[in-house]
Design a protein around this ligand. Structure first.
Ligand code: UT7
Length: 336
């Protein structure tokens, strides 16, 4: 199922601020060599990852989300009282219910903000952007906080070298607000889903279909499982198509794009997308060597780092694009 929108609504929506938070503890490829049968050379050459961050014990997804949110709100100059919407995208919620966004609302003291979660894996931050953007442009909401936050270390099988080397913890956030003729705006968005491929990337246990029991606990089914090669091929095609769609819908060209901020899963995937979009590598933001794949947080963290490093300035056209379990994919073209 696809949804595409050229954002010709009466109320334009812009990004007023971005933020991110990474837990302090680093787990390098070298560290992993003593945990599973792997090497720094294998991990780096196959993925581009050198290190990832791991949340402290007792540091929950909502805590990471809250810190990222505070950074974004500070940059946007928006207080908790002014927020009327909080959406958290995550596949590693604090609890199955209530939503992680409820904890964040309480942490921030954003008493009048509606708060809920979105589960769209690595596309989640861009799904949240699509939903928040529509709720603002409809006129009923003014200031939205969208957050991608993950504590994937809690859903990782540390005995499985196929997956445990890939993922990390972290959070990124953005404040969306009403724009006007003088500001930038979200130009075009596209989100999509293919539910026929749920089996190639999932957390098979821990839900109602396969609860964790005494009998199956040692199988570590409540951990990320992936058929990497299948996912790889589909990721490249889906992100290319989604990027092209938003670029065209926004009336842009590949040459007019200042920066592409893609999902940070694998450097080979990122390079393949850049190549197919005929966008030079220096216009594609990469930080997965530091953080690995942080699922819903990845695009959000990368956007914040690119912004704070001065790689995005007022008036620039940028493209955000993601892909993940579901399968899901999403892209947005934004004039900053
Ligand atoms: O975020 C959501 C979207 N996710 C993605 O986009 C991820 C997409 N997939 C990938 O990034 C890649 O498929 C991986 C990085 C996950 C794997 O790379 P690959 O080149 O597809 O490797 P592979 O799974 O085909 O494995 C190749 C070999 C295997 O050994 P044999 O069967 O050839 O003897 C694996 O057992 O590498 C072995 N292997 C490892 N060796 C050392 C797998 N993991 C490791 C490891 N260290 N950590």
């Amino acid at each position: 199922m696809l949804s595409m929108s050229a954002n010709t609504s009466k109320i334009p929506v812009r990004i007023a601020g971005t933020g991110s938070y990474l837990p302090a503890k680093e787990l390098t490829n070298k560290d992993l060599e003593s945990i599973v049968d792997t090497t720094d050379e294998w991990i780096f050459s196959r993925t581009g990852i050198r290190s990832r961050r791991i949340a402290a014990e007792g540091e929950n997804t909502s805590d990471l989300a809250t810190e990222a949110a505070k950074n974004a709100m500070e940059q946007a100059g928006i207080t908790a009282d002014e927020l009327d919407l909080i959406i958290v995208a995550t596949i590693s919620p604090d609890t199955i219910t209530p939503a992680t966004a409820c904890y964040v609302q309480h942490n921030l003291g954003a008493k009048s903000a509606l708060a809920f979660d979105i589960s769209a894996a690595c596309s989640g931050f861009l799904y949240a952007m699509e939903v928040a953007q529509r709720m603002i442009s409809d006129g009923n909401f003014k200031n939205a906080l969208i957050i991608g936050a993950e504590k994937l270390s809690a859903f990782t099988n540390w005995d499985d070298r196929n997956t445990c080397v890939l993922f990390g913890d972290g959070a990124g956030a953005a404040v969306l607000t009403r724009g006007d003729e003088t500001t930038g705006r979200i130009l075009s968005t596209k989100i999509g889903t293919d539910g026929s491929q749920t089996g190639i990337l999932n957390i098979p246990g821990g839900g109602s279909a396969c609860p964790t029991t005494v009998d199956n606990a040692d199988q570590k089914l409540a951990s990320l499982a992936m058929q990497g090669r299948e996912v790889f091929k589909l990721a490249v095609n889906a992100m290319k198509r989604a990027s092209e769609a938003v670029i065209e819908e926004a009336g842009l060209t590949a040459e007019s794009i200042k920066l592409v901020v893609p999902h940070q899963a694998n450097l080979r995937i990122i390079d393949a997308i850049a190549d197919r979009l005929t966008i030079p590598n220096e216009k594609v933001f990469v930080n997965l060597h530091k953080y690995g794949n942080t699922s819903a947080a990845a695009v959000a963290i990368a956007l914040d780092e690119a912004h704070r490093e001065g790689k995005i300035e007022r008036g620039d056209n940028i493209v955000l694009v993601g892909f993940g379990a579901g399968l899901t994919w999403a892209a947005a073209a934004i004039q900053w």
